[in-house]
Design a protein around this ligand. Sequence first.
Ligand SMILES: NC(=O)N[C@@H](CC(=O)O)C(=O)O
Ligand SMILES: [Zn+2]
Ligand SMILES: [Zn+2]
Length: 345
Amino acid sequence: MTERITITRPDDWHLHLRDGALLQHTVPATARVMKRAIIMPNLQPPVMNAEQALEYRSRILSRVPQGIHFDPLMVLYLTDHTTPDMIAEAKDAGHIVAVKLYPAGATTNSHSGVTDLGKLDHIASALAEHGMPLLVHGEVTHNHVDIFDREKEFLDTILAPLVSRHPTLKVVVEHITTKDAADFVKSQGPNVGATITVQHLAYNRNHMLVGGIKPHFYCLPILKRNLHQQALQDVVVSGNAKFFLGTDSAPHAKGAKENACGCAGCYTAYGAIELYAEIFEDLGALDQLEGFASFHGPDFYGLPRNSDEITLVKQPWQVPAEMPFGQDVIVPLRAGETLRWKLEY
Ligand SMILES: NC(=O)N[C@@H](CC(=O)O)C(=O)O
Ligand SMILES: [Zn+2]
Ligand SMILES: [Zn+2]
């Protein structure tokens, strides 16, 4: 039985840090283990231009614990008013590596997102020209499309046509949840990749809905049926380099989750690599963890792989029932449960 694993230091290619007082919790939780993270721009108001992105980056850096080198990779939030010039400016500013597409109304703080998904060609061309990836929350928002079908519908009606019109555009399908998305990404060229979260590997909709509704499993895109979970597990076990670690750690205070209208998002950053290690071990694929967590992401983004390492040891520890979160508390994914792997400091 493996008791200890050492891998190249990982990065998180999809992370929500929030802002203000919450950064004192969220930044150290990720910076303890990840060298870099793609910082999602869905603040209120969103991070829409280079200046806002660099200001947000300094607020994040001011919360990095001493002695740790953490590099937040910033992202612009695409709105109906984003112009190719704003993209060029972001590229020139440095530290801004991608642009994020939220279909308006698809998820948390997406109301400023794109309302007409058919009008993205000028943005796609600018991104392709600058070699900047388009990161997508891949769900349509039409009322008549069932919430469990929204990812597939987005791929079929929006993304596949967009990618075929812009064959050199780099696209990351974020937090994929379906076999359809895994198959779509596999069928495309090396310019199309995907992030996969802990919760979509570890759970399916039964975990959320059988025996009582469990709001801490509610995230978007929503957990799907088990055959989709299985398809995601299969791609990570296969070691396919198009798929990489993106926690989508999306913290919301306990009261906002345990609510008649609960927010979407799971908080996993506190134990991200430990949670993935457990799943990979359960899948008999611990040997694939390093590629998924540390190689495939930088290779896709065209960034260097990290040069230092981390070690995980088999040392069971109990996840707290709650953690401090500004004036509030947060309930982490796997609250009160025992995790098998621990980061060795
Ligand atoms: N994934 C989620 O359920 N929530 C994210 C938004 C997102 O990534 O879609 C959040 O910001 O809370
Ligand atoms: Zn999303
Ligand atoms: Zn997210």
